[in-house]
Ligand binder design. Structure first.
Ligand SMILES: Nc1ncnc2c1ncn2[C@@H]1O[C@H](COP(=O)(O)OP(=O)(O)OP(=O)(O)O)[C@@H](O)[C@H]1O
Length: 297
């Protein structure tokens, strides 16, 4: 199996450039509309292979077919993680230049929607005739720089971090685009949709939203905020720059381990039990030192 270094092409074949881009923002901010316009532009102008994975298209239908009820937040979390696993299967096939296999434990309807999503964007073709549970990658998917654009609200930092961890695991490019749109505009756009969300959901998300914060989180440094109504050539240039920077600077595994260790250290040092333990150790050590000095005197 090839390593992350192979994926970057550091062993002489030229870089195999792969990137993940998160779209985040409030419901009805215009993420899906934006993604629909962005992907043909990137294919045409840059010659990249692009896959937009709209979580709304892949997840709810799958769940409703199986359980005929709206999932709870904890179930959404499990489904999001399952979808990331599917993405990993696809990425592994691209990195290893092999067929995409079918995960053994899967929510069948969600997997089917995921397959349809990749097929519709010319990234995989039908199951290989000799192995019904494998899918062939298309020439587009294997021969060009590839960007996967993940279209969800990603309103908690922790949701985005899961995707970042995937990028780190395979040393992929990673970037985030925050589509900034006022609450009022989102409510207004939502109200005009055929299947509008309850306004309260948008209010709630507006309160909970954790915008990308590159000052606080080093891993979010490759983030861009653009106004949802902005379609200027300047915004377009900034966006291309963001994506190119991500492709050319894939997440470094070792570097980010250091960052993870630092995060663990902070968690550890703020842990009261750990602090009490440290204090106890210091007192014991000081008492023993004093006792030894008394013995010598
Ligand atoms: N720039 C824009 N100007 C005006 N209307 C827009 C704009 N972008 C999107 N809309 C409209 O707003 C509505 C919501 O757009 P869209 O579905 O793209 O949002 P979204 O952020 O993907 O929403 P959700 O997170 O709920 O899936 C649609 O009816 C769309 O036509």
């Amino acid at each position: 199996m090839k390593t992350a270094e192979d994926a970057r092409g550091v062993h002489g074949e030229g870089p195999r450039r792969l990137g993940l881009c998160l779209l985040c923002g409030l419901p009805a901010a215009g993420k899906s509309t934006f993604a629909r316009a962005l992907s043909p532009r990137l294919r045409q102008e840059r010659g990249w292979a692009v896959g937009v994975v709209a979580y709304d298209d892949v997840m709810p239908d799958a769940f409703l077919e199986e359980a005929s009820a709206r999932p709870l937040p904890s179930q959404w979390k499990v489904l999001r993680q399952e979808l990331l696993k599917y993405l990993e299967y696809f990425l592994l096939a691209v990195i290893n230049g092999c067929q995409m296999s079918t995960p053994p434990n899967r929510t069948e309807a969600m997997w089917e929607d995921f397959i349809t999503c990749l097929k519709d964007q010319d990234l995989i073709s039908s199951a290989a005739p000799e192995a019904q549970s494998c899918y062939l990658l298309t020439k587009t998917a294997v021969s060009r720089p590839l960007f996967l654009i993940l279209d969800d609200n990603f309103y908690y930092q922790s949701m985005r971090y899961e995707v970042y961890q995937l990028a780190r695991k395979y040393s992929l490019g990673f970037c985030q685009l925050f589509l900034d749109c006022s609450l009022e505009t989102c409510l207004q756009r939502n109200g005009q949709r055929p299947q509008a969300l309850p306004a309260e959901t948008i209010h709630l998300m507006g309160r909970k939203l954790e915008k990308p914060n590159p000052e606080k989180n080093a891993w979010e440094h490759n983030s861009l905020t653009i106004e949802s109504s902005e379609c200027s050539s300047e915004a377009s240039l900034k966006l291309t720059d963001l994506l190119l920077t991500a492709l050319e600077n894939p997440v470094k595994y070792i570097e980010d381990n250091v960052e993870q260790k630092e995060a663990d250290r902070i968690i550890c040092s703020t842990n009261l039990l750990h602090q009490a333990d440290q204090m106890l150790r210091r007192i014991v050590s000081q008492t023993m030192k004093e006792a030894k000095e008394r013995d010598r005197a």
